[in-house]
Design a protein around this ligand. Structure first.
Ligand code: GLP
Length: 249
C-alpha cells in the first residue's frame, strides 16, 4: 500500500489558503489543467480563496477544465440545493471559471436517459485526457462523492441510492422540499483513475471517518479507505478532523 501524504492545519481556512496556492502554481504551469471538483461545506474556504486570488491578484482560472463528482437525482439544475447552483454561486461566478468548461452531471435527465448521460460524461473525461487532480471531501460515513458504504473499488459512474445519514445532512439545504432519493456520482474506480487526489476534511464530526479511512481496514465499509490503493493521495485536515488518528493519541 502507498502511504498518503498528511497535512494538518490549524483551521479549514488555513488549509484552503494552502491548497489555493497549490492550484495557482498548477494553473500557472498548465492553464487548462483538468480538475475534479467536490461540493458541500468542505471546499467552501478553498473556493472563497480561489475567488479572492482572482479578485485581488488577478489569477485567471478561466481555462481550467473541470468535472464535478456528483449531483442529486432527480433534481432541477436551477434548484438552490443542486450542486450546479452551488458551483455557480461558490466558484464559477465569484472566481471567474468558465461555466462551459466545468461539467456537472445533470439531475434532470429522465430515467431512460441516465445510462447514456453517464456514458457521455465519462467519455468527456476521457476526451479531456482524464482528471489530473481530483479534489474530494469525505462524508460522515466515509463516503466519497456519493459512493456510500458498500460501494466496491471497481465501481464506475452510476446512479446510486443515498444513505439515510447523507439525506438527513442535506435536509437543511432543501428546506421544505424533499431531499432527492438518489444521486449520480463518479465511481470509486473513476476517482482512483485521477493522477493525483487531494482529500479535505475539517471539524470533529469528520474525525471518525478520517480515522477509519486512514487507519481502518481497506474495504468498502469505509469507501474513503479505498483511496489507500492510490499512489498519490494528500489528506488536508484541520486539527479537529485529525484528533482520532493513532499518531496523536
Ligand atoms: C456530500 C457530497 C460529497 C461531499 C460529502 C461531504 O454528500 N456528495 O461529495 O464531499 O458529502 O459533505 P460536506 O463537505 O458538506 O461535509
Amino acid at each position: 500500500m502507498n502511504a498518503p501524504h498528511l497535512q494538518i492545519y490549524p483551521t479549514a481556512q488555513a488549509a484552503g489558503i494552502a491548497l489555493a496556492a497549490e492550484l495557482r502554481a498548477l494553473v500557472a504551469r498548465q492553464p487548462d489543467v483538468v480538475i475534479g471538483f467536490p461540493t458541500g461545506g468542505t471546499p467552501r474556504q478553498l473556493y472563497a480563496e480561489l475567488a479572492r486570488l482572482a479578485r485581488e491578484d488577478k489569477v485567471d482560472w478561466s481555462q481550467v477544465r473541470g468535472f464535478n463528482l456528483d449531483e442529486y437525482w432527480p433534481l432541477a439544475s436551477e434548484h438552490p440545493a443542486s450542486f450546479r447552483s452551488f458551483m455557480l454561486h461558490n466558484l464559477i461566478e465569484p472566481a471567474g471559471f468558465d461555466a462551459d468548461l466545468l461539467r456537472i452531471p445533470s439531475g434532470e435527465v429522465a430515467t431512460e436517459e441516465i445510462d447514456a448521460h453517464i456514458a457521455a460524461y465519462q467519455a468527456s473525461i476521457r476526451e479531456a485526457g482524464g482528471i489530473y487532480l481530483q479534489l474530494l471531501g469525505i462524508g460522515l460515513n466515509g463516503h466519497i462523492g456519493f459512493n456510500e458504504p458498500g460501494s466496491p473499488a471497481t465501481s464506475r459512474a452510476r446512479l446510486v441510492e443515498l444513505a439515510e445519514v447523507t439525506r438527513n445532512r442535506a435536509r437543511a439545504q432543501f428546506g421544505e422540499d424533499e431531499v432527492p432519493s438518489h444521486g449520480i456520482t463518479l465511481g470509486i474506480a473513476d476517482i482512483l483513475d485521477a493522477e493525483r487526489v487531494t482529500v479535505m476534511a475539517f471539524g470533529a464530526e469528520k474525525a471518525q471517518a478520517v480515522c477509519a479511512a486512514l487507519e481502518g481496514a481497506i474495504d468498502s465499509s469505509c469507501p474513503a479507505s479505498l483511496l489507500r490503493r492510490h499512489p498519490n493521495v494528500t489528506w488536508m485536515l484541520d486539527t479537529e478532523a485529525a484528533q482520532e488518528l493513532g499518531m496523536f493519541n
